[in-house]
Structures are given as C-alpha cells and as structure tokens.
Design a protein around this ligand. Structure first.
Ligand SMILES: Cc1cc2nc3c(=O)[nH]c(=O)nc-3n(C[C@H](O)[C@H](O)[C@H](O)COP(=O)(O)OP(=O)(O)OC[C@H]3O[C@@H](n4cnc5c(N)ncnc54)[C@H](O)[C@@H]3O)c2cc1C
Length: 408
C-alpha cells in the first residue's frame, strides 16, 4: 500500500461541513467512516460504506477522486488532500469478507434484474436484502459488466468482482448467464413467469463508429471490444498502434496495448484537449503513450490513418480543418470515441420508449414507459461512471420495492 492508511486517516480534520462529502456523487459519510475507523470500529466503518454504496470497494479504486471527494478536501488548499480513496479501499475490501448483511425475511416475490454491471449488482443486492427472490439475467458468462469486461485488471482486479459474486450468492441471488434478454425471451415472458418487476441495467456496449473509409478493415478494432478480451487480439497486435479518441477508455486501451508489448502507441484527438482525467492521462504517458492533438481522422488504410489538422475555438470545439491530409503509419488502429446501447430489449419491448440517443426513457422514480419495468445506469444516462450508476440504482431499487408493495 502506497500510504500509511492510519496516518492518512489521522490527517482528516473531521470538518463540521465536510466538503469531501459534497464532492462525492453518492454523498458518502467520509468523516463518519474515518472516525469509526480511528476509534477501532472497522466493521462499523465498513458498514457505513457498504450500506451507502455496495460498490464502495470498487469506487475506491476507480472513481475520479481528484475531481470528487479528494478534490474537495479542505487540506488540499494548502497541502495535499487526505487520500480518502486509500482509506476507503482498506476498509471496504476487508469488510467484503467480514460483512454480516442484515436481510428481511423472504417475501416470495420475484424480481428480474437484466444485466449484472454496477446497476444490476446494486439493484439485486438492495432488493435481496429487502427479502425479494432476485434472478439476474446476464448475456456474458460472468457478472460485472464493464467492471469485468472493460476496466483492465491492473486498475481493478477481477478477484474483487468474484468476491461480489460470492456475496450475492450468499444473499440467495440466482444467476442466469449467457442469456440475452430480448433474444431468447423478453419482458413479456418474465412477467408471464411471475416476476413482479423488472430492472434493465444493460449499459452501453456498442461502439460509436467514425463512419469513415477504411473502418471495416482487418486491423481496425473498437477499443471496448479489445478491452473486453485483450488476449484475442494478441497475435495480430503488431508493433505500432494509433488510438482514435482520448477519453479514459482510450487511456485503458493504450496502457493495455503497451503492457502487451506494442512499442509505439499514439493517442490522437480531434480537438486541442483530452477528455480523460489528468491521472489517467499521466499514467498512459508514463507507460509510454504519445499524444497527438488537433488530428481529425478522415480515412483508414492498410498502412495507417490519414488525418487533417484542426484548429479549435475557445470552447475547444473544432472550428477549422486543413485542406491537405497527412498520413501516420501504424500496424493497427483502435477506435474509441463513444458508446451507445446495443439492446434489442429496448427496441423490442412493447410500450418501452427510447429517446433520440437510443437510451431508455424513465420517469423520476426510474420506471420506464412500460409499467413495472425500471431502468438505471448507462442505459439511461449514456456512458457515465460506476458511482453514478450505483447512486441512481439505489433509488430505482427502492422505487421497485414501493411499486411491488403497491401491487398487493
Ligand atoms: C473501458 C472502460 C473503463 C471505464 N473506467 C471507469 C472508471 O475508471 N471509473 C468509473 O467510474 N467508470 C468507468 N467506466 C464507466 C463505467 O464502467 C460504467 O459507467 C458502468 O459500468 C455502467 O454500469 P451499468 O451497470 O449501467 O452497465 P455495464 O457495466 O455496461 O453492465 C451492463 C451489463 O448488462 C449486460 N447486458 C447487456 N444487454 C443485455 C441483455 N439484453 N440481456 C442480459 N444482459 C445484458 C452486459 O453484458 C453487462 O454485463 C468505464 C467504462 C469503460 C467501457
């Protein structure tokens, strides 16, 4: 561990108006859990964290702390902020194996949770603890969504996700893997079989395409596909790679490729700045990635990419592109500009409306336009963050609970 956790916790001023808490999207009681920890009640600290955010151990590793809790810590004004994430991880990781979750008596009511990413995990744990009979339906062979099939191992160990699965099994949650709802069967069949309410947390797993010539060539790949199964790409990686797009996912692509032995990795972006966090950008840089700004891709060839140079306005929007294009050579290309929902379930469920971005439309409680069907996470908000998916899913789980109670 990079920091002495106890010494770091002792730096917390236990502020009356904790700005760290305001900076946290899920309003974690940071002074509360640090105080419990310092008085030796680690289990209580773990309980505070888990009850507020079941994915606290994950968020401690992957949240953008520099913008959220730590970025708001008062200590950061004159010196370095308290490393809240390090303390949170120490407590939450330990608590995962020690936790004694309270659970209401089984009520025999069935709930279907579609998708097992952060949204589905949060909803299923919350409803199982309220006594529901929860079944999770998942397209892939295991739980986690992007946590397992996206964020690289060096940032988030898969073993941590395995421990969530164990915890969920202990809560009596059932899993149906390798089944895509909307293909084998849909919402109608779930209601037919007695599920009282359904949650959709199917994320945004389709890459947004560039729609330029050459995008279908054999050495061109989408970043999110690569990150889901990097080993499948190893044999054809080559020595050089151009990455188109410069958000956090592009940084993960670059670092994974560099760690797999690609020597020359260039991350290119149309505008004059990156959307990735400073931390992720710095890691990519120190691991060897090179950055190229103001490069708009216009065509991909077998040998590389043609780019036009751009100029940007004061809002960093591209205002001008050069007439002439220049060619950058590379063995392979990875495209990562954005993601959208892939889901037939959204388009094929009767009565379920989607917006112009293809995302599920919900009311203030998280219910879709189809009664009894709720949605949360990226499938509602577009590509966001783990903590945002958890925060919203907690509320949606409670709305599902109220909905089911109102039926009887
Ligand atoms: C590479 C990458 C790195 C990221 N890094 C970070 C980070 O460091 N920090 C951070 O906060 N956020 C990060 N994010 C964003 C974050 O992971 C997402 O916001 C979050 O996972 C959204 O959770 P979700 O449950 O809505 O969707 P997902 O995690 O996408 O899970 C959706 C699940 O639904 C399943 N599914 C889809 N359709 C069906 C169907 N029809 N039937 C059954 N199952 C289905 C999928 O297989 C998947 O398991 C990253 C995203 C990516 C792609």
């Amino acid at each position: 561990m990079a920091h002495n956790v106890i010494a770091e916790a002792k730096r917390c001023l236990n502020c009356k108006k904790p700005l760290c808490r305001t900076g946290c999207p899920i309003n974690t009681d940071i002074p509360g859990f640090i105080s419990a920890f310092l008085r030796g009640d680690i289990d209580e600290a773990g309980r505070i964290l888990f009850d507020n955010n079941p994915l606290s151990a994950v968020c401690a590793l992957v949240c953008n702390h520099e913008k959220q809790c730590q970025g708001h810590c008062i200590k950061g004004i004159k010196s370095s902020p308290v490393e809240i994430s390090t303390i949170e991880y120490f407590i939450s990781e330990r608590y995962l194996d020690n936790l004694r979750l309270t659970r209401e008596p089984e009520n025999g009511k069935k709930v279907a949770v579609i998708g097992s990413g952060p949204a589905g995990i949060t909803i299923s744990i919350t409803l199982a603890r309220l006594g529901y009979d929860v079944t999770v339906f998942e397209s892939k062979a295991d739980i986690g969504g992007v946590l397992r099939y996206g964020i690289p191992e060096f940032r988030l160990p898969k073993s941590l996700i395995d421990r969530y699965k164990t915890l969920m099994l202990r809560l009596g949650i059932k899993f149906r893997f390798n089944i895509t709802i909307g293909k084998a069967f849909g919402v109608e069949e779930l209601f037919r079989d007695g599920f009282k309410a359904i949650s959709i947390g199917t994320g945004v797993s389709w890459p947004v395409t560039l729609n330029i010539k050459g995008e279908t060539l054999g050495h061109v790949h989408y970043g999110i596909h690569f990150l889901a199964h990097p080993e499948s790409y190893r044999a054809q990686m080559g020595n050089s790679m151009i990455i188109i797009g410069a958000g956090n996912v592009a940084m993960d692509v670059a670092r994974t490729a560099l760690r797999m032995g690609v020597k020359d990795v260039k991350i290119t972006v149309r505008s004059d700045r990156f959307t990735a966090s400073n931390e992720e950008k710095e890691y990519a840089e120190i691991e060897g990635a090179e950055f190229m700004f103001n490069k708009a891709p216009v065509e991909i060839t077998d040998e590389g990419v043609w780019f036009k140079d751009t100029e940007c306005d004061e809002n960093h929007k591209v205002s001008r592109r050069s007439e002439k294009a220049t060619h950058k050579r590379a063995d392979g290309q990875m495209i990562r500009v954005s993601q959208k929902p892939s889901n037939m379930i959204l388009t094929q469920t009767e009565g379920l409306e989607i917006n112009s971005r293809g995302l599920a439309m919900i009311n203030e409680t998280g219910e879709t336009t189809r009664a009894g069907v709720f949605a949360s996470g990226d499938v509602v908000k577009g590509a966001k963050t783990v903590v945002e998916a958890v925060e919203q899913s907690k509320k949606v789980a409670m709305a599902m609970h109220e909905y089911i109670q109102s039926l009887s």
